[in-house]
Design a protein around this ligand. Sequence first.
Ligand SMILES: [Zn+2]
Length: 63
Amino acid sequence: MSARCPICGRPAEPRERPFCSRRCRDVDLGRWLSGAYAIPAATPPEDEDDPGADGLDTGRQSA
Ligand SMILES: [Zn+2]
């Protein structure tokens, strides 16, 4: 195995692959999350669950 930690470049620990430690894993996760939050075009999964029936039918039935 020649995998290296993408965060600090040290040899990756099999336990924490592909990172060398839990700390680097957290760092990478933080980067990934901040990157995901930076995308404003992200659509919530709820929208894909019910396309078309976006509360219109519910409103009708209620009224
Ligand atoms: Zn590391």
